[in-house]
Design a protein around this ligand. Structure first.
Ligand SMILES: Cc1cc2nc3c(=O)[nH]c(=O)nc-3n(C[C@H](O)[C@H](O)[C@H](O)COP(=O)(O)O)c2cc1C
Length: 182
């Protein structure tokens, strides 16, 4: 961790978003611009986004299609971004979309923002409520905002918020660890 660029070392996924903080339109555009410049197979750019600012119509339509337990924290984010990719398209579309969201996440970190993603979505509800083209698959919702007070979270979420973060050691992840990195 110590050798990582601070943009990666300090990134983490909170739930304690500041419910008063707002993103400017320019900040929102910068996040989407970062996603736009992600690499993709054959430069297909199979990502589509709908971004809602807290309390606007798009935000409300995204929130209601999240599980109630997730709404507790996601509704505090400054923006919610629905990220989608074409159905039945290129087999790497979801991979490309994930990479675009990763770029968005790094850009958000550079702006002093935090990101937490969700995949437990009412996809049919999102398609209907956001009037998405039928050929798009809602894939993930990306909550972005400023860090708020963790003590304002419900007790169960506070425990998770303050728990130590873990990762598998490289020796478990790198198949030829000994040769590759010693
Ligand atoms: C694709 C994806 C889906 C996720 N879905 C959820 C979710 O439904 N609910 C949630 O609270 N966190 C969700 N997360 C957040 C992860 O739990 C979190 O990234 C992971 O625990 C690692 O923590 P870190 O991001 O702080 O390093 C999701 C993350 C990703 C990348």
């Amino acid at each position: 961790m110590a050798d990582l660029t601070p943009l990666l070392a300090f990134r983490w996924s909170p739930r304690s978003f500041d419910p008063e903080a707002e993103l400017t339109r320019a900040e929102a555009a910068t996040l989407l611009e970062a996603a736009r410049w992600a690499p993709s197979v054959g430069n297909r750019q199979p990502w589509r986004f709908a971004l809602g600012h807290r309390d606007d119509e798009t935000f409300k339509r995204i929130v209601v299609n999240l599980p109630p337990a997730e709404q507790r924290w996601a509704s505090r984010a400054s923006v919610l971004v629905l990220a989608a990719h074409p159905r039945g398209g290129h087999p790497f579309a979801a991979y490309d979309l994930g990479q675009a969201v990763a770029h968005l996440t790094v850009q958000a970190t550079a702006l002093g923002l935090h990101v937490r993603q969700l995949t437990d979505l009412d996809r049919a509800g999102l398609t209907a409520d956001l009037d998405l083209p039928g050929n798009l698959r809602p894939y993930v919702v990306v909550a972005v905002g400023q860090l708020g007070d963790p003590l304002s979270l419900p007790a169960d979420l506070l425990a998770e918020e303050t728990a130590l973060r873990h990762r598998r050691p490289l020796g478990e992840l790198v198949l030829n660890c000994e040769n590759a990195i010693g």
